[in-house]
Design a binder for this molecule. Structure first.
Ligand SMILES: *Cc1c(COP(=O)(O)O)cnc(C)c1O
Length: 466
């Protein structure tokens, strides 16, 4: 497929801008560019075809099953987009006077009320733009809390090995020493290991719950009690809230602060790097440390993004919560859990789960025995799924399971889709035993087969170089 720049023909284009109705003012010479920008020139027909062709090459939630573990690739209702597209929300200037933006303020306040209710927190900020950004903000709350009390000896953050990779990265970014603790054989935090590292140098614990192997920690109350007893605070990575929203609340489990991924659980499409929101909630004792929008309030304190963050993501979250309501929210969570367990049991007998127990919203398959038998790796299976019209699951994560495939079907998939997916997995299991070479060479029908992933990550080509 040609790039839009390669389709460009000089002088071609479309001109729909209305006549300028104000006096034109020439830019000062010093601000003018020497040459016109090299923008593509193309007719509307060809532009429309270009994007349609691009859409066909992408696998999105709207084109097929997308069980990418830990990412909650569920269907996001269109009404949420419609509300976020209302001109009253899109046209507002962040510096408009407060009396002109009362509707936006009400959206933020209502969303805050509902999300603090859902999480059992007392206060919330929508400033962080992503989950990891929310973690950074949340751990800064913990840091400010200890600093404000003059408690300078707390230099360590404890992170279980079943945490999302962003957790230890966040603690390190905030200047803490990361203390890793292992999981018990049942996938939960090893309490003895936790007790062994707790002390008066403990600033806090970061816990992903349900964790990255899809397990709700059965000792959660004991864990938060132990950390508090040592004088530390408890941080809840709530990016997996889709499994528990409306059913249990992190605040009731003893957590002091939390982040949510509004772009996973609360209806903003994601995956393309688009605007997200890592809303951070906290209990009252951390409220004073939340980010302030210095421009609006003149107050001092941390600020992690300008103004109120990605406001339109909050509009979508609010619409989503209001349309699902008090019954719909827990029902979505329960169906997410049901779908994951259904798919896990349907696949079992071929590919085996890493933990043979009831899971939450996602589960991890352990393909290490399968690989020993067939020579076919988790990567080969994932690549062959592409040819079957399915987005691959998350691969080689979490690190504590070797040859891992992590599946999160979400609540918005039908039983028919799950049955089909299980059938595909079973057929690939058979194929690995009869024609492993075919799988080593997969995908056979994709636009890109096996790129050099290290090179793609380290030296991405992000702009047209022609
Ligand atoms: C996705 C995810 C994150 C990070 O969120 P981003 O918006 O990608 O920064 C953190 N923790 C968990 C458990 C996640 O699933």
């Amino acid at each position: 497929m040609k790039l839009i720049f390669e389709k460009s023909v000089k002088g071609r284009g479309m001109q729909y801008l209305p006549k300028c109705d104000v006096e034109e003012v020439a830019l000062p010479e010093s601000l003018r560019r020497a040459e016109a920008p090299a923008l593509p020139e193309i007719s509307e027909t060809d532009l429309s075809r270009h994007y349609t062709e691009l859409v066909k090459r992408v696998h999105g939630v709207n084109s097929g099953f997308y069980p990418l573990g830990s990412c909650t690739m569920k269907y996001n209702p269109r009404i949420d987009e419609e509300m976020a597209a209302l001109p009253g929300f899109t046209g507002v200037h962040p510096l408009a006077p407060l009396h002109a933006t009362e509707g936006c303020t009400e959206v933020i306040e209502t969303a805050k009320d509902l999300l603090t209710e859902i999480t059992g927190m007392d206060d919330m900020t929508f400033q962080p733009a992503a989950g990891a950004h929310g973690e950074f903000t949340g751990v800064l709350l913990i840091k400010q809390y200890h600093d404000a009390r003059g408690d300078k000896k707390r230099t360590k953050i404890i992170v279980p090995d079943s945490a999302h990779g962003t957790n230890p990265a966040t603690a390190a970014m905030c200047g803490y020493t990361v203390v890793n603790i292992p999981s018990a054989p049942n996938g939960c935090v090893d309490l003895e290991a936790l007790k062994a590292v707790l002390g008066d140098d403990t600033a806090g614990l970061m816990l992903t719950n349900p964790n990255t192997v899809g397990i709700f920690d059965e000792n959660i109350l004991e864990i938060t009690r132990l950390v508090h007893e040592a004088g530390g605070l408890c941080y809840y990575d709530g990016a997996n809230l889709n499994a528990v929203m409306g059913v249990v609340r992190p605040g009731d489990m003893g957590f002091d602060c939390i982040h949510l991924n509004l772009h996973k659980t609360f209806a903003t499409p994601h995956g393309g790097g688009g605007p997200g929101s890592g809303a951070v909630g906290c209990k009252e004792h951390l409220s004073e440390f939340l980010p302030k929008s210095a421009l609006m309030t003149g107050e001092e304190g941390i600020q992690v993004k300008s103004f109120a963050g990605n406001f339109l993501v909050v509009v979508k979250a609010l619409t989503y919560i209001l349309t699902l309501g008090k019954e719909g929210i827990p029902m979505a969570a329960k169906n997410a859990v049901l779908n994951a367990n259904y798919l896990m049991r349907k696949i079992q007998g071929t590919f085996e789960p890493a933990f043979d127990r009831i899971c939450m919203h996602e589960f991890v398959l352990d393909l290490s025995t399968f690989k020993k038998e067939t020579g076919v790796s988790a990567l080969d299976v994932a690549k062959t799924l592409i040819d079957n019209g399915m987005h691959p699951p998350t691969m080689y994560f979490p690190l504590i399971v070797h040859e891992a495939l992590m599946l999160e079907p979400t609540e918005t998939e039908s039983r028919e889709t799950l049955d089909w997916a299980a059938e595909v997995f079973r057929s690939l299991y058979e194929l690995a035993h009869t024609d492993p070479d075919y799988m080593h060479a997969s995908p056979h029908n994709a636009q890109i087969a096996r790129p050099d992933e290290v090179k793609a990550a380290r030296n991405p080509i992000l702009k047209y170089q022609g």
